[in-house]
Design a protein around this ligand. Structure first.
Ligand code: ATP
Length: 357
């Protein structure tokens, strides 16, 4: 296994790219640590599959290099990269049994027969297919076939990385949770570098040690699920992760306060060098609602009960602020003030987080 380094990478599907808009991947520099489980998260069309296919060698990037450890693999074909890949839809050999399908990558490389039997049985157990090992794959449901694809992706222990491209799309919703847990268990046991593409934040946050968030052909943040929640480095991360996402308000910052719609909001740090328009961001979990208390004047627009907590939508001078009210805290339509926790407010310039002093 090896650390994967994408150096100064860019890719355009156009033969003659003339502007940044022609690039599916804009310049990015990214290191995937050996043995970590990553989720590659972002909305449809942001470039996740392109990035994955560049790592596996299905696409040669227009610019930049791919290094596995010290080795430059940019122009090596997929077969020479020692990578396992699981796609969105099952890739299963119908003429073979489940066992033969799972064993294929090992047999193909001339592995010892006893080892193949043991390893296949271990993987079959993890994906819940021990009972059907000797059945023809042809007769199985799409769901079960995708489990075979997952199993085959994980059967080799000596790969540089395992790449998953939205592998649970066809899996029954009840099974998704279980398979994800098993993938995580496999990761803990064998320590492969795993890169798991998804546009589903729950899937990303529950699977990964680290999440790489992409937006419009760029990587906007790499961090642990907690870091993405606590310190979104880009307004898009704040918006995309969390339910509802981060509140973003246009502001002017003066020293240790932000002015929003003429109302002063204390900040947790000083920003002496900032002048002009910026944005402040705060997660709905860090906003406290009261009646006639301190803070910004607001009007309750809607209270939504979502089980354990409530989401309250507020109007603030024609803007919208969402608040998450925890279980056990009362909330009513006549509440009219909010306090934003100063330490939890992020200041953003051109969508990027700025550190205060
Ligand atoms: P999804 O979640 O929908 O699969 P994605 O994040 O994986 O999206 P990509 O499939 O990598 O995104 O696409 C990134 C951009 O490149 C999109 O604008 C897409 O239209 C474009 N694109 C992807 N494949 C091709 C191709 N073969 N030819 C031309 N443009 C392409």
């Amino acid at each position: 296994m090896a650390r994967i380094h994408l150096s100064n990478l860019a890719h355009s599907y156009s033969a003659n790219p003339t502007s940044e808009a022609d690039y599916a991947l804009k310049r990015l520099d990214l290191v995937w640590d050996d043995g970590s489980a990553y989720a590659l998260l972002g909305p449809s069309g942001c470039g996740k599959t392109t990035l994955l296919n560049i790592i596996s060698g299905l696409i040669t990037p227009s610019e930049g290099k791919i290094l596995f450890g010290e080795e430059d693999v940019t122009h090596l074909p997929t077969a020479a990269r020692n990578i396992a890949q699981v796609f969105q839809f099952p890739v299963v050999y119908d003429t073979m049994t489940v066992r033969e399908n799972l064993a294929f990558p090992l047999v193909n490389r001339g592995a010892d027969r006893d080892y193949v039997r043991r390893r296949v049985e271990q993987i079959a157990d993890m994906i819940g297919m021990s009972d059907v090992l000797d059945r023809p794959a042809k007769r199985l449901t799409a769901d079960a076939k995708q489990k075979i694809s997952l199993g085959r992706g994980m059967v080799r222990e000596d790969v540089n990385a395992i790449l998953f491209d939205e592998p649970l799309t066809v899996i029954d919703p009840h099974m998704k949770w279980e398979l994800r847990t098993q993938l995580k268990a496999l990761h803990r046991e064998f320590g492969h570098t795993m890169i798991y593409v998804t546009h589903d934040q729950t899937e990303a946050l529950t699977f990964a040690d680290k999440v790489v968030v992409m937006y419009d052909g760029q990587v906007v943040q790499t961090g642990t699920p907690a870091e993405l929640f606590e310190r979104p480095a880009h307004t898009f991360v704040g918006y995309f992760i969390g339910s509802p996402g981060m509140n973003v308000l246009p502001a002017r910052v003066e020293g240790t306060s932000a002015m929003v719609e003429g109302v002063e909001i204390p900040l947790g740090a000083a920003y002496p060098a900032l002048s002009g328009k910026v944005e402040i961001g705060i997660r709905p979990e860090f906003v406290t609602l009261s009646k006639d208390g301190p803070g910004l004047p607001v009007r309750v627009e809607r209270i939504e009960d979502v089980g354990r907590h409530r989401i309250v939508r507020l109007a603030f001078f024609g803007r919208e602020i969402n608040v998450v009210v925890p279980e056990g805290v009362s909330v009513s339509k006549d509440m009219n003030r909010v306090v934003l926790e100063p330490e939890r407010i992020g200041v953003y310039v051109e969508d990027r987080l700025v550190e205060g002093q």
